[in-house]
Ligand binder design. Structure first.
Ligand SMILES: Cc1cc2nc3c(=O)[nH]c(=O)nc-3n(C[C@H](O)[C@H](O)[C@H](O)COP(=O)(O)O)c2cc1C
Length: 160
């Protein structure tokens, strides 16, 4: 059975992007995919500090990476902050990039995002591609299609 890990890019309790991931999970479960939604609390870790990486590497990040290593793909729910990347996702990718083997090597990644603005999370999605290295065959799904999802909010656009 295929396995996918879902990672919310927001720590907010009522996060729209977490709700968007829950919609995606329903879709994938209908396709008989095993889905695991990472708890927001596991992403609430200190900012990357390389002084700490030997002694205080966040245990929850290591645990998520173990799940990623055993999965076929990862889906991120991507909020847009000031037209850019969510600090939660950037910090997560920064910590993970210090591990060997590189957890994103050969991994398939899908970014989905939503925001209440007229343009959805389109700019945030574009920037969220940046920290995933191209040289290690990490494949990113294109983020070029937009779809209004009235089930989430009449103002929300989901961008895939
Ligand atoms: C610091 C900050 C900056 C934001 N900048 C943008 C932005 O540039 N574009 C946008 O569409 N929404 C922006 N928003 C609004 C977020 O899209 C909105 O709060 C959204 O609900 C966040 O995602 P979440 O619901 O998953 O937490 C910003 C919100 C915050 C807190």
């Amino acid at each position: 059975m295929a396995k996918i890990i879902f990672i919310p890019g927001s720590l907010r309790k009522d996060s729209l992007n977490k709700k968007l991931l829950e919609v995606c999970i329903k879709f994938f479960e209908q396709k008989a995919v095993e889905c695991h939604l990472v708890a927001q609390s596991e992403l609430n870790v200190p900012l990357i500090n390389t002084d700490d990486e030997q002694t205080k590497f966040p245990a929850t990040i290591k645990a998520i990476v173990e799940k990623i290593n055993a999965a076929d793909g990862v889906v991120f729910g991507v909020p847009e902050y000031n037209s850019g990347i969510s600090p939660v996702i950037k910090n997560f990718v920064d910590w993970t990039s210090r591990l060997k083997p590189h957890p994103w090597k050969g991994k398939s990644v899908l970014l989905v995002g939503t925001s209440p603005s007229d343009f959805g999370a389109i700019s945030g999605l574009a920037h969220t591609r940046d920290p995933f290295p191209t040289g290690i065959k990490c494949s990113m799904a294109p983020s070029s299609k937009t779809k209004r999802d009235k089930k989430i909010s009449k103002w929300c656009w989901a961008i895939f």
